[in-house]
Design a protein around this ligand. Structure first.
Ligand code: ADP
Length: 680
């Protein structure tokens, strides 16, 4: 036994020395400088598998057995241990060693400085092999090491505070990068992170220094703040801080959080938001432009179509009639193109709305086919209708849109068919008490479409032939509008075709049903091709007992409406501004046609004024005449008390339908059913 050991034996006393010698754990004692080993118990040889003698000779030898991954961390702990030698300091280090046989052992080393008086005279410790005793604890320790490694590497600032949020338990090095301040400064003054927060964000509560006290609802698992900081170099950063309370068996023991620098995301978001706002602004400008253009285009079109209608009813030679027919047809084409473009624009900005009205479907389809007979007749085509018997007589939907879909498909069928027929078939695919799914099929014996083109035929601006080899009119919008309208109604479209044989377009559309509807027994209908005279509806219309007031400032429009109305027997008064209208409305009128753009005030205001003057007893039907055909314009008409809206250019047949609805139900106190009808 060496002299040093003898001294130790004396110091420990014989009992403790024996205990140390027999213990399964490794007892060790080192000099105050830690470099010299004064004592190590024999258990060292068992656990480490190395000689005690070798360790006395080289007191750092024990570290050679520590697995390389744990060495750096252990050395760091040793340094901290030697730097903190206050009385009562206890240091625990967990690490793994590998013995000569290659087995890994988990060691828990508990060390403390030994004092005599106030001076440290050395260190003593016990190294225990805890491989079997505490595997879970080891794992946790292992995991926390990994986490520590991880949080020190990530760009987010990872932080831990005590339960009052006052003591900074941990801050990851990223704090220095993001905040531009040292971690040490934060440890010293844990509230100093808040000094960087922009006053504006602190004031409006985006983040609060007292957030920990306020976060008293700890049931809420996470807290999130988004705020800006100003770094010492003056730059501004956006921070997203997410933190959560840490509990140990229901008791709050602290908070952990991660503060991320989201400046780039915030800037991107801002850019995107601005881009979206600009796009919305541009879209609004586009729809305003379209509304304005539609007005500008419809006004002269109104004049052309109105005058041709009037001319057609005068004494004309056949040749003159044909010439006027050309003008009329071209005007109609222009109008439908204008309507398509407007629909296209409205679909683009999601502004197309659908009304829900009762539709007498069979009536609608028959009238529509009747309207299209002249086109078919001109090409000697047969236009057939096959209307299934089990279709509910009244369905709920948007009559105008259904008509638009069918007109588009039938006119295409007629356009692309040289001879043969066009057949319209309406069948009921499915029906219950609430709704019915109907299938409209338009089949022709025309030129057909190549198989390779079928997939894209419903796309915008798609035409089978290129613009240079055009044989037929059109811009390739019709089918895309059909498809979008059908889909917006919850339906679907399909096409089959064979070149030289013909095409078949079908739309499946669901309709709501009236609960009370009773089926009328109807059989498949065949429609005969009528004569030219019968194409124009209401040749016998006569409304000689109706007094009409037209409020319109445009001279041409005044003239057209007046002639059209007088032709069917109405007595017509004209007011060219709102003021003139107010003077006249004291008289009895069966219907007032009101332009929206008057010189002295707009038509909405004028109608409000008229309704106020009428009081609850009277209600003269007022029909808005407008080229503004956007849904919100229509709604505004109804909101101010108008009964119908008719879009310019005004068609004779539309006027007649309106007069029919209101004849005999003027302002004289007869019950008024306030309409919500829109004609175009
Ligand atoms: P357009 O205004 O050009 O008619 P559409 O979208 O209605 O636009 O139709 C797109 C193209 O689809 C047409 O140009 C034509 O080539 C083809 N097409 C549409 N319907 C038929 C049909 N019934 N028979 C043959 N080709 C058709």
């Amino acid at each position: 036994m060496s002299i040093a050991l003898k001294k130790i034996k004396n110091k420990l006393g014989p009992y403790f020395y024996k205990l140390a010698e027999k213990s399964q754990d490794v007892f060790w004692i080192r000099s105050p400088c830690f470099q010299r080993l004064l004592y190590v118990s024999p258990a060292y040889e068992k656990i480490w598998g190395r000689d005690c003698e070798a360790l006395y000779n080289n007191p750092a030898d024990w570290i050679n057995a520590v697995v390389p991954e744990d060495r750096d961390h252990l050395r760091q702990q040793l340094m901290e241990f030697q730097a903190n030698t206050a009385v009562g300091d206890v240091h625990i280090a967990n690490y793994r060693i590998i013995d000569k046989a290659g087995n890994i052992h988990w060691i828990r080393d508990i060390a403390l400085p030994i004092h005599e008086g106030t001076s440290c005279i050395g260190y003593a410790g016990i190294a225990q092999n805890i491989t079997e005793a505490k595997p879970v604890a080891n794992e946790i320790n292992d995991i926390s090491q990994f986490f520590k490694f991880f949080v020190e590497k990530i760009s987010g600032v990872f932080w831990v505070k005590d339960s009052e949020g006052k003591k900074q338990i941990y801050i990851s090095p990223a704090y220095e990068e993001v905040w531009g301040r040292t971690c040490e400064s934060l440890y010293k003054d844990p509230s100093s992170w808040f000094d960087a927060v922009l006053a504006e964000d602190a004031e409006n509560g985006k983040v609060d220094l007292n957030c920990f006290e306020k976060n008293c609802d700890y049931q809420k698992q996470t807290f999130q703040y988004r705020f800006r900081i100003r770094r010492p170099d003056g730059s501004i950063r956006w921070i997203k801080d997410t933190h959560f309370p840490i509990k140990d068996k229901e008791k709050l023991i602290g908070f952990a959080g991660i503060a991320e620098d989201v400046t780039e995301d915030a800037l991107l978001e801002k850019e995107l938001r601005e881009a979206k706002e600009n796009a919305e602004k541009a879209n609004r400008a586009k729809s305003d432009f379209l509304a304005m253009m539609s007005h500008e285009l419809r006004t002269p079109l109104n004049a052309i179509l109105g005058m041709t209608q009037i001319l057609k009813t005068s004494d004309l030679t056949d040749e003159q009639f044909d010439q006027i027919e050309v003008i009329s047809q071209s005007g109609q084409n222009l109008l439908s193109l204008l309507n398509d473009l407007l629909d296209f624009a409205k679909l683009e900005v999601g502004k197309l709305s659908f009304s829900k009205e009762n539709i007498n479907l069979r009536d609608l389809v028959e009238r529509l086919i009747n309207d299209m007979l002249p086109q078919a007749h001109e090409k000697s085509l047969e236009l057939r209708l096959n209307y299934a018997y089990n279709i509910p007589p009244i369905v709920i939907g948007d009559e105008k849109r259904i008509r638009q879909i069918l007109v588009n498909l039938i006119s295409n069928a007629i356009k692309f068919t040289g001879n043969g027929h066009v057949q319209i078939t309406v069948t009921c695919l499915q029906r219950n008490y609430k709704e019915a799914t109907l299938c409209f099929t338009i089949e022709d014996t025309g030129i057909g479409i190549e198989k390779s083109k079928l997939d894209t035929i419903f796309n915008r601006f798609q035409q089978v032939n290129s613009v240079y080899q055009r044989k037929h009119d059109g811009v390739g919008l019709g089918l895309s509008i059909v498809k979008e309208l059908v889909e917006k109604m919850g339906g679907s479209t399909a096409v089959t075709s064979e070149v030289g044989v013909g095409s078949q377009f079908s739309c499946i559309i669901p309709f709501q049903l009236q609960h009370t509807s009773v089926d009328a027994q109807s059989n498949p209908v065949e429609i005969a091709i009528p004569t030219r005279e019968s194409c124009s509806e209401n040749t016998d219309a006569d409304f000689h007992n109706m007094d009409i007031l037209i409020v319109e400032d445009n001279l041409i429009n005044q003239k057209i409406s007046k002639i059209l109305l007088e032709q069917v027997g109405c007595k017509v008064d004209i007011a060219d501004c709102a003021k003139a209208a107010f003077q006249k409305v004291g008289n009895h009128y069966d219907v007032i046609f009101m332009d929206i753009g008057l010189p002295d005030m707009d038509g909405f205001e004028a109608v409000e004024h008229i309704r106020r003057r009428e009081g609850p007893e009277r209600h003269t039907p007022i029909v808005a005449m407008t080229a503004h055909v956007f849904a919100h314009d229509r709604q505004r008409c109804f909101d101010v008390g108008m009964d119908e809206v008719i879009a310019k250019p005004i068609m004779r047949d539309d006027l007649i339908s309106i007069l029919r609805r209101w004849s005999g139900r003027g302002s004289s106190g007869l019950p008024i059913v306030r309409g919500r009808r829109v004609l175009s």
